[in-house]
Design a binder for this molecule. Structure first.
Ligand code: HEM
Length: 216
């Protein structure tokens, strides 16, 4: 095979399972956040409200219906991803190994413009960001469940500082997810070639990336 042929070889980057999870999750998160902001506006925790134009539901009752409907989509999709992710080795293969020193090293290389981008493997900063947002989603789901059923889930509520504590944790979880989304979309805009594989599964890759793909 010539170097030119290698440069245009197709590589399978994201399985159908990951792609379906990703886009259903993106839809679920968007609906949850926008309806959540409308629910927040009815009884704000802090001294501000979200502009109603970026909220969903129109009024408290409508926003609650959107929030509970999207909750099932988000939670069922997320549970399937976690179970299949562990069982298939997806998490181990794509998110590990990762350590504070590898994150720091890749962050320094990225800031100095010396971190080569690979469509196939995640760098340590990406791994940490993906693990972080998945944990933030877990925390937001658990705290949301406590706010929803404070009597039935009071043991779990105690761990989160009671009803008010769970409300605060739920808000902070949402904030962490929003911060991730801003960073995530900025990176996708900077390296748009990552978007096509997340839609179709395949990427055209360079020789170096093909060699890296043998580790997967
Ligand atoms: C329209 C919005 C979004 C776009 C365009 C987008 C795009 C992408 C792309 C291109 C990748 C692959 C990155 C790479 O291969 O270097 C990716 C991976 C990922 N994204 Fe997003 N994303 C979006 C929304 C979200 C949201 C809302 C979340 C969660 C809050 C999220 C979480 C993730 C995770 C966890 C991965 C890694 C998936 C895995 O390998 O298992 N994304 N995204």
């Amino acid at each position: 095979m010539t170097a030119n042929e290698l440069n245009h070889k197709k590589v399978y980057v994201h399985t159908l399972f990951v792609r379906v999870f990703h886009w259903v999750n993106a839809l679920g998160i968007t609906l949850m956040i926008m309806s959540g902001w409308r629910i927040y506006n009815a009884s704000p925790l802090f001294d501000f409200r979200f502009p109603s134009g970026i909220t969903l539901g129109g009024w408290l009752g409508g926003a609650l219906q959107w929030h509970f409907a999207a909750m099932w989509l988000l939670v069922v999709n997320f549970l399937i991803y976690v179970i299949v992710g562990f069982a298939s080795g997806h998490f181990r293969k794509r998110f590990t190994p990762v350590s504070p020193s590898s994150v720091l090293g890749d962050m320094t290389r990225a800031l100095n413009g010396r971190l080569p981008h690979s469509t196939i493997t995640y760098n340590a900063v990406q791994k940490a960001a993906y693990i972080g947002v998945l944990l933030a989603i877990v925390l937001t789901i658990v705290s949301g469940a406590v706010v929803w059923k404070p009597v039935q889930l009071q043991e779990m509520g105690i761990l989160l500082g009671g009803y008010e504590g769970a409300r605060l944790v739920h808000f902070l979880g949402m904030t962490a997810i929003c911060a991730f989304i801003v960073l995530h979309l900025t990176l996708v805009a900077l390296v748009p070639s990552t978007l096509i594989p997340m839609i179709v599964g395949w990427a055209r890759n360079s020789k170096d990336e093909l060699e890296a793909s043998h580790e997967l």
